[in-house]
Structures are given as structure tokens and as C-alpha cells.
Design a protein around this ligand. Structure first.
Ligand code: SF4
Length: 246
């Protein structure tokens, strides 16, 4: 699957959404609304980090022959600029394979699980924070990848498993010539992700509706005085309907 991550993907726009943007709804719906209009904070930094981890993983992961065969078959469905796309009514959602190095587990019996890998600089002591605020986003994102890929996986004769995972890695960086260079990476925790297609699709439709209608956007609890607003990047604050009112 590594080759898939080297493509350059389009940003979200109304009607065509990166799955990471839809998942971001669960952090701040207002930020996700603006991401769907091409306004992103931190995209460059995320790309730098993703590329370094991708390179390391490419060297260390050894694949079984049946995994390679699955990845080659799946790769045929990839679209230029969008990666894997699934249509949902008049909207499309697509799979951001150029971000963090998501993985697949494929058994000999042709069952496929998706692993969403998430990196963090927080320590084990702050895991409660991650579980409460960050994990639901990553779980939704992983379910979104299941949703997008399920038809393709079926078409090539495999079966999507019901259980997937979010793996959390602790990372450390140093600054070098204005760039963040990865110096350490180790597994911190692993969380199961259960995928129920009907339930997920209902939830996804609700988010997509909200990404099109500013009146449906609900701010994070406690906004504009909550910790999310306090650490919110300027680029979102400049557009935010809740921040301006203060
Ligand atoms: S200021 Fe608060 S509500 Fe507005 S975009 Fe930022 S986090 Fe979201």
C-alpha cells in the first residue's frame, strides 16, 4: 500500500470531502466546515511528518505474499488526485492515503482489517485526554476508510472484517532548517474500531449535511472559552462564526 501514499491528493471542497475532514467534525464542526472550503491549518507540518513515518515504515514492514497481492488488486481502483472515492448521493468522500501511514491486515482467508495509525507527542500520562478527545475522531476516520473501501474489497474477492484498529504511536521531533525531523517513534496504545455499515452511513450523512449548511454547525462545548477555541489556529478563527461574536 505504500505506493498509494505517494500520490498528491486534492483538498476537500463542497461535494467532495476528504475523510479526514469529515472526521474533523468531531473535534470542531466549524473548523471542518472551513476545511471543506479549502481552508486548512497545519497541512504542511502533517505532510512532513507523514512522509518521514511512511519512509521508515516502508523499510521495516515485511509483507506476506497474500498481502502484496491484495494491495496490488486494490490499487487498480485508485483515482488520480483522490485516491479511493465512494459516492454517497450527490456527494463523494475520499480516502486520504497521503497522510499518516494507515495499514491493512489481510489474512490468508481473505479477511481485511484497516489500521489507522495516529502519532502524538503526548505521554502515557495524558492518555485520558487522547481517549476522550482525539480517539473518537480517529475511530470515525478508520470507519470511513472501511466505508469507502468496502465495495472495492468485495469486488476483488475479499471480505472486510468487523474489527479494525487505531494504533497510537508516541513520537519526538527536533527542528532542523525550519522542518520537524522525526527522532523517536514507539507504540503507545492500540484501540479497537467496530464498523457497522448502516450506522456509519447514517452518521456520515449527518456530517455531510452539516458541512454544507453553516446553520447546522454546532460549536465545541464551552466555545468560545473552551480549550479548543483557545488553541484554535488563527486561520480558522478569522472565519469562525462563534469566535467573531465574542
Ligand atoms: S474558535 Fe472555537 S468554534 Fe471557532 S473554529 Fe476555533 S475551535 Fe472551532
Amino acid at each position: 500500500m505504500f505506493a498509494l501514499r505517494e500520490i498528491k491528493l486534492a483538498e476537500s471542497k463542497v461535494g467532495r470531502y476528504r475523510m479526514s475532514t469529515t472526521a474533523h467534525w468531531f473535534w470542531c464542526a466549524e473548523q471542518a466546515y472551513w476545511q471543506a472550503r479549502g481552508i486548512y491549518a497545519g497541512a504542511k507540518r502533517q505532510k512532513e511528518v507523514g512522509t518521514q513515518i511512511h519512509k521508515e515504515r516502508k523499510e521495516e514492514v515485511k509483507r506476506w505474499i497474500w498481502e502484496t497481492s491484495f494491495l496490488e488488486k486494490l490499487d487498480k481502483f485508485r483515482q488520480d488526485k483522490y485516491g479511493f472515492v465512494r459516492r454517497l448521493g450527490k456527494d463523494h468522500v475520499f480516502f486520504d492515503v497521503s497522510g499518516h501511514p494507515d495499514e491493512f491486515q489481510v489474512t490468508k482467508a481473505k479477511k481485511v482489517s484497516i489500521i489507522e495509525i495516529n502519532t502524538t507527542e503526548i505521554s502515557e500520562k495524558q492518555l485520558d485526554f487522547y481517549i476522550r478527545y482525539r480517539l473518537p475522531i480517529k475511530q470515525f476516520q478508520c470507519q470511513g476508510y472501511c466505508f469507502i473501501l468496502e465495495p472495492y474489497i468485495k469486488e476483488i474477492g475479499y471480505e472486510l472484517d468487523k474489527i479494525h484498529a487505531v494504533e497510537l504511536w508516541h513520537v519526538k521531533y527536533r527542528q532542523e532548517k525550519g522542518m520537524r525531523v522525526l527522532v523517536k517513534r514507539e507504540p503507545l496504545a492500540s484501540f479497537p474500531v467496530f464498523y457497522y455499515p448502516v450506522q456509519f452511513e447514517t452518521e456520515l450523512l449527518r456530517v455531510l449535511e452539516g458541512l454544507q449548511d453553516h446553520d447546522m454547525v454546532i460549536p465545541p462545548r464551552g466555545a468560545p472559552n473552551c480549550f479548543k477555541c483557545k488553541q484554535c489556529p488563527k486561520v480558522y478563527k478569522e472565519h469562525c462564526q462563534f469566535w467573531r461574536k465574542t
